[in-house]
Design a protein around this ligand. Structure first.
Ligand SMILES: [Zn+2]
Length: 395
């Protein structure tokens, strides 16, 4: 699962900067961890007094927790660096806190402020995050992205080196309402229109950013760095302890997630998204059927795929799905072969003629193309090609 870390200076900056994107990442099944560096509020007084502002700080912390409940964020941590006085702290102390978070969470994507904001805490947070995210061997971070914060980014003096130039846009047309709703949790920080930190201005900015790239609404960012790796070749053909176990109803959500993956649907005879309700009903029925067996392929302790055999007219018709996280490793071949060697009768599979991966899997398991029906080709392995003793399902 992909992990995202958002580091913002003050409570509400993270929503102003990337609230719609947080909601979208959650919708896509990512983990989103949020860290807020400064306490907020205390800069409103001439001298910092956290005791006097104790109830305000507690209230702001409740607001933050509420806002992230609305978005569904995985975790929220509030640090207490001095509000709008982060320049009174050694930069290294701030970097150490962020490094600790990165070591603990191991995010692939990190969002933070841009270094062009007027606000001093924003610039310091950017500096600290950029330092903590420096790309050394073995680091988890693949993408470092900076966001804009209305009422800071656009308020910086007009010097050419300090401009926010968006080059990375995320469509938030489906999550903009969640962004606005989570800002309501921070209503003490919001202002009346035409302040840039008003609901209307925040929505206008998202609409404007969207319109520049053809989306209904967008959050725009500056991509600082993206690293493109080769897939890890070390475990490419390891298949450590790969084995099949009979599927149970407890595997329902996992199988559904694999089945509804876009690549799986492209390869399927029925490419539609299957609802959870229909899937559970199908699985419950399937588990009762005498002539249907479903197995989960497990590598070490990790489920990596599912394979099914339907016994009909004297042969086993097979179908399979490899978990989207474990594709391109040749696992499908091993999983299907494992099942085929435990079956005593002819086996067959319907394979989409454009699905090269599945054609290879069928051929590896000893099946040959017999006939075609539209986009689907029928592959079969006849019983006399088997060399080992006939066995049943190998349960
Ligand atoms: Zn701020």
């Amino acid at each position: 699962m992909k992990k995202v870390l958002v580091v913002a200076a003050h409570p509400d900056d993270e929503i102003l900067g990337c609230g719609g994107t947080i909601a979208r990442h959650i919708e896509d099944g990512y983990e989103v961890h949020v860290a807020i560096m400064a306490e907020g509020v205390t800069s409103r007084d001439v001298t910092r007094d956290t005791e006097m502002r104790g109830s305000d700080l507690a209230f702001l912390s409740d607001c933050a927790n509420h806002a992230h409940k609305i978005l569904g964020s995985t975790s929220l941590v509030l640090h207490n660096f001095p509000d709008n006085r982060m320049d009174s702290v050694d930069l290294l102390d701030i970097i150490k806190v962020i490094e600790g978070l990165i070591n603990q969470i191991k995010p692939e994507i990190v969002y933070t402020h841009c270094d062009c904001d007027l606000n001093i805490d924003h610039r310091i947070t950017h500096q600290a995050v950029a330092t903590a995210c420096r790309p050394a061997p073995g680091r988890s971070i693949k993408k470092l992205i900076s966001f804009e914060v209305p009422s800071s980014t656009e308020w910086q003096s007009p010097v050419t080196s300090n401009n926010f130039i968006p080059n990375y846009f995320i469509d938030i047309s489906r999550t903009i309402n969640q962004k606005l709703l989570s800002l309501e949790a921070y209503r003490s920080e919001m202002r009346d229109w035409p302040h840039p930190r008003s609901y209307k201005a925040v929505e206008n900015l998202a609409r404007y950013r969207g319109s520049t790239v053809g989306f209904e609404a967008a959050e725009s960012f500056m991509l600082i760095r993206e690293l493109i790796f080769y897939p890890d070749k070390k475990d490419k053909r390891a298949f450590k302890g790969l084995h099949l176990i009979p599927a149970g109803i407890e595997n329902a959500d996992m199988i559904l997630e694999w089945r509804n993956d876009i690549e799986s649907r492209r390869a399927s005879t029925i490419p539609d998204i299957i609802s959870r309700e229909d899937h559970i009903e199908w699985l419950e029925k399937s588990l009762q059927m005498e002539n249907r067996k479903i197995f989960i392929a497990v590598e070490e302790d990790t489920p990596v795929g599912v394979v099914r055999a339907d016994f009909l007219d004297g042969e086993h018709e097979l179908s399979w799905t490899v978990s989207p996280d474990f594709r391109d490793r040749g696992l499908g071949k091993k999983i299907v072969s494992l099942l085929v060697t435990s079956l005593s009768l002819p086996v067959s599979a319907k394979v989409n003629k454009n699905n090269k991966a599945s054609i290879k899997i069928a051929e590896y398991a000893g099946m040959k193309k017999k006939s075609k029906n539209g986009d689907m080709n029928l592959y079969r392995r006849d019983v006399h090609t088997r060399e080992s003793d006939p066995k049943d399902f190998g349960e």
